[in-house]
Design a protein around this ligand. Structure first.
Ligand code: NAP
Length: 282
């Protein structure tokens, strides 16, 4: 059987169409006031600036508004905390996105954790992570939540499967592992000190590559019929997994680009709309 292409681009377009209708409903019920996502970009990293721009464009596509906060490279933790507090206190703002990474002098964890839980639509707070892990309501970290959405949309069976997550970052690998565990996968988490990474990867029924190194995970480490999810994106259009080597023998795979990336943004949009709906239902 040919491998299933887990088409994040097509799925995110469908999600955006549904979100447009929900945003329109919010506007109709609230004097044409739209949900607002506030984005904070600290410094001038071109990749981060592009990601923030893409998120602003996605807001426009679904009829939402965005407030763009740009702060200097030499911003202090205190200044960023004060900015986040202002957005927490602003009733017009429904979601807050602090673009990762922030410059090295800033305590990023403290700043993430200062975001009000009900506005943490990118799922970066420790409290949100803890609630998600305990299967209570919280917005999931956008990239792993987007991966779960694509697995669900394509009816990929998770229960009882061995999921191997390569990477353990706070925004991706760790929440990914927890979300898969919540869906009853048996989960292994690998990282830079893991011994025999190829042998670990060989055991995966579901493999998630989130290492940030171009094609570090080689095709010949991956067993036939695995479901292969590649979170990475590098110049030249390659991810963290050597996807081209397995497209004819895996069960399903995310393309790079057009797999996980669009789902991250669609999830951020979905969670912002949810935050606005919850705000107006209060
Ligand atoms: P990160 O913070 O740099 O974390 C990388 C993880 O990979 C770490 O846990 C690290 O282990 C592990 N690692 C590094 N080298 C390894 C090796 N040789 N063997 C095994 N594990 C290794 O990166 P991230 O933010 O999680 O991002 C991961 C990937 O996802 C990147 O390619 C990034 O571009 C992509 N990403 C995509 C989106 C999207 O929207 N599509 C969003 C976020 C990230 P240690 O913990 O031991 O250091």
């Amino acid at each position: 059987m040919p491998a299933i292409l887990l088409d994040g681009k097509a799925l995110s377009a469908k999600i955006e169409t549904e979100l447009s209708a929900r945003v329109e409903r919010i506007r109709q019920q609230n004097n044409n006031v739209a949900p607002i996502l506030a984005t904070i970009l600290v410094g001038a990293d071109p990749a981060s600036a592009t990601y923030v721009k893409m998120k602003g464009n996605a807001c426009r596509r679904v009829g939402m508004e965005s407030i763009k906060v740009e702060m200097d490279e030499d911003t202090t933790t205190e200044q960023l905390l004060a900015q986040i507090q202002q957005l927490n206190d602003n009733p017009d703002v429904h979601g807050i996105l602090l673009q990762h990474p922030v410059p090295a002098q800033i305590d990023e964890r403290a700043c993430f954790d200062a975001i009000a839980l009900e506005k943490d639509v990118d799922g970066v707070t420790s409290l949100g992570f803890g609630k998600m892990a305990m299967q209570q309501f919280a917005y999931g970290s956008a990239t792993p939540a987007g991966i779960m959405a694509i697995l669900k949309a394509y009816d990929i069976e998770i229960e009882g499967k061995h999921a191997v997550v390569v990477g353990r970052s706070a925004i991706l690998g760790k929440p990914m592992a927890m979300m898969l565990l919540n869906e009853n996968a048996t989960v292994s988490i690998c990282h830079s000190r893991t011994e025999n990474l190829p042998d670990m990867v060989r055991q995966a029924d579901i493999l998630v590559g989130a290492v940030g190194r171009p094609e570090l995970i080689r095709g010949d480490w991956i067993k036939d019929d695995a479901v292969v999810i590649d979170a990475g994106y590098h110049p030249g259009g390659v991810g963290d997994i050597e996807i081209s080597a397995i497209t004819d023998r895996c069960r399903a795979y995310t393309p790079v680009p057009g797999g996980v990336g669009p789902m991250t943004i669609a999830t951020l949009m979905t969670q912002t709309v949810m935050a606005a709906e919850r705000y107006y239902q209060k």
